[in-house]
Design a protein around this ligand. Structure first.
Ligand code: NAP
Ligand code: MG
Length: 405
């Protein structure tokens, strides 16, 4: 049977990457996408070699293309450290591509686990994925801190716009040495974080939860609570009611307790530090970083999809030696399906949306039939399993996909 390929109208911004994920990227395109879709992409090679050749301009260009077209799909990339500078003979230690892209898109990252039968979360009442949204500006990540000796005094000095000064005593260390820390955030940044979260909740038709410590931190955390509340009341209350979803604010401790008792399914907006910590808890509780999708959403509604894991360097070196690898491609496949589905929705191409859904279904079916990569074989509760190589796993998904189409 000769099948007609699905046509696209607007290109996807395709950001290629490094090491093992670059190998998977090509396999996914060859086996799972190109036979079925007349794939239209604007290709940017964010592989470290190309970034070095272009003085990292390629990363900036790819982010600007994302602003232009609205949807991007990104492969994992190396963030260079000293060892990488030597390995790739780099002109300099380039910044993290994700950081560069995030600064240009001004977005929020949402991370969601992929749930399949046989890989059960260790919290057994969690039935639906919990999505973490992490505020990526300020707080302890841009702090100013200092060690103090006995007899030192720490004060907070504020110079107002009119030049007047206010001094608040933080602590007098007359009785012994200690430590002090200050941090800040910006109302604009909190507001765009809130908007990204409300928009994403509407997009996903899921409830949004947010928690901060406003009872203890009556100015700082309370401002987060107030800004979220103002934005919700002004712009989102009616839209949420229409969509049948809820915005729920509570103390962070109460949120944590309720999350543990919940069946999941909500988007959990977190302050910067809470998001850093809780996203690691959520991803390990749900099974594996290789089963975690990640999307960067700008407040203006631009989407960049990727896998949450890195370039899986150790597997790549095995691959280079000609050894067989068993690297999990699920999160990278879901980056593609997320981007294709969004493109289909924006361009009104229902076939593309259906295709994305079928590819996800075929991926889940493959694992649920017991065919999986080694990382999952190590943690599954299924008993009859076959551990597949990177390529054989993708081929098994291809078979299921063909049956669905
Ligand atoms: P990593 O690539 O996520 O891999 C860490 C380990 O986790 C692997 O060695 C592997 O464990 C396991 N793992 C991760 N993804 C897997 C998959 N898809 N299938 C099977 N196992 C998987 O993190 P890393 O080794 O710390 O970092 C490698 C490079 O990735 C670094 O250069 C870093 O800069 C970059 N990175 C990029 C991104 C991004 O682009 N978003 C994010 C994080 C890191 P075993 O070796 O035990 O099998
Ligand atoms: Mg963390």
């Amino acid at each position: 049977m000769i099948m007609e390929k699905i046509q696209m109208t607007t290109p996807l911004v395709e950001m290629d990457g490094d090491e093992m994920t670059r190998v998977l990227w090509q396999m996914i395109k060859d086996e799972l996408l190109l036979p079925f879709i007349d794939l239209k992409t604007e290709y940017y090679d964010l592989g470290l070699k190309k970034r070095n050749e272009t003085d990292d301009q390629i990363t900036v260009d790819s982010a600007n293309a994302t602003l232009k077209y609205g949807v991007a799909v990104k492969c994992a990339t190396i963030t260079p450290n000293a060892a990488r500078v030597e390995e790739y003979d780099l002109k300099k230690m380039y910044k993290s591509p994700n950081g560069t892209i995030r600064a240009i898109l001004n977005g929020t990252v949402f991370r969601t686990p992929i749930i399949v039968k046989g890989i059960t979360p260790c919290v057994n009442n969690w039935r639906e994925p919990i999505t973490i949204a992490r505020h990526a500006y300020g707080d302890v990540y841009q702090n100013v801190e200092e060690k103090l000796g006995a007899g030192d005094k720490a004060e907070l000095v504020i110079t107002r716009a009119d030049g007047s000064k206010e001094t608040k005593l933080i602590h007098d260390f007359e009785k012994g040495s200690g430590i002090v820390q200050s941090m800040h955030n910006m109302n604009d940044s909190i507001e765009s974080f809130a908007k990204s979260c409300f928009n994403y909740a509407l997009d996903q038709k899921k409830d949004l939860w947010f928690g901060a410590k406003d009872t203890i931190s009556k100015q700082y955390d309370h401002t987060f609570k107030d800004i979220f509340n103002d934005v919700f009341e002004k712009e989102y209350k009616d839209k949420f009611a229409e969509a049948g979803i809820e915005y729920f604010y509570s103390l962070i401790d109460d949120i944590v307790a309720r999350i543990m008792k919940s069946r999941g399914g909500m988007i959990w907006a977190c302050k910067n530090y809470d998001g850093d910590v809780m996203s690691d808890m959520i991803s390990s509780a749900f099974g594996s970083l290789a089963m975690m999708t990640s999307v960067l959403v700008s407040p203006s509604g631009v989407y960049e999809y990727e896998a949450a894991h890195g370039t899986v360097q150790r597997h790549y070196y095995k691959h280079l030696k000609g050894e067989e690898t068993s690297t999990n491609s699920v999160a990278t496949i879901y980056a593609w399906t997320g981007a294709l589905r969004k493109r289909g929705e924006l361009d009104n191409i229902p076939e593309l949306v259906k295709f994305a859904n079928k590819l996800e279904l075929a991926t889940k079916q493959t694992i649920e039939e017991g065919k999986m990569t080694k990382d999952l074989a190590n943690i599954t509760s299924l008993t009859e399993i076959v551990t597949l190589s990177s390529h054989a796993f993708i081929t098994a998904i291809r078979k299921n996909l063909e049956n669905l189409i």
